[in-house]
Design a protein around this ligand. Structure first.
Ligand SMILES: [Zn+2]
Length: 205
């Protein structure tokens, strides 16, 4: 979602607005296991009102071509959705904006309309032996959702922009890196797209 469907990253927009962007950057660069970093970042949201969070998410512009790309894929009978290590509150808004079929992400615990700082992580890597150790193993959720929609893995397309997406991109029938954040993209990723228009991925579908 971040950097692919949305032209921006939810957690950085929130951090910018509430003055903890540098803390997020510090945690992101720390050499900890990825899902522990997600837990640390969620703690920064403690005390923040859900309504403030959703207001910021709604204001993030869609990536150029995102709506057209989703529509074209749906016209070809693809099931289209989001697997993200962001938060369900954000993926739900984005999935609804784009009329998508599914979304999966971390869940932020809420009490009385305010975040507690605790995070419910779907994980998945521990079940399939994936080495990613992300809060959301995108490979696991790609496999799970393909099964749910009765789609062969060879008929799936995955688009992502970061190392957190690699286990999914390598597993999908067609895996595409879209404007990769890290410049050390591995060689076994066949397709890399550069340019700020999501419709560029349609040439592979
Ligand atoms: Zn994984």
């Amino acid at each position: 979602m971040d950097g692919t469907l949305l032209d921006g990253r939810v957690i950085y927009k929130i951090g910018q607005r509430f003055g903890f962007k540098s803390e997020i950057e510090k945690i992101s660069k720390a050499s900890r296991v990825p899902y522990l970093r997600s837990q640390e970042i969620a703690k920064l949201l403690k005390g923040l009102a859900v309504s403030e969070f959703t207001g910021i998410v709604r204001a993030i512009p869609l990536m150029n071509g995102a709506a057209q790309t989703v529509k074209q894929l749906k016209d070809k009978n693809y099931k289209v959705g989001i697997i993200s290590d962001s938060y369900t509150l954000a993926t739900e808004i984005t999935a609804r904006r784009l009329e998508m079929d599914f979304h999966a992400a971390n869940r932020l615990e809420v009490k009385n309309g305010v975040f507690t700082g605790r995070l419910k992580m779907p994980l998945g890597w521990e079940r399939i032996g994936c080495s990613c150790k992300q809060s959301v193993c995108k490979r696991y959720h790609l496999i799970r959702l393909a099964k749910k929609f009765d789609v062969e893995l060879s008929n799936t397309v995955a688009v992502g922009d970061s190392n957190a997406d690699l286990c999914m991109i390598e597993t999908a029938g067609i895996g595409i890196l879209f404007n990769p954040v890290q410049d050390n993209a591995p060689q076994n990723v066949k397709h890399t797209v550069r340019g700020k228009d999501l419709q560029l991925v349609l040439s592979f579908c």
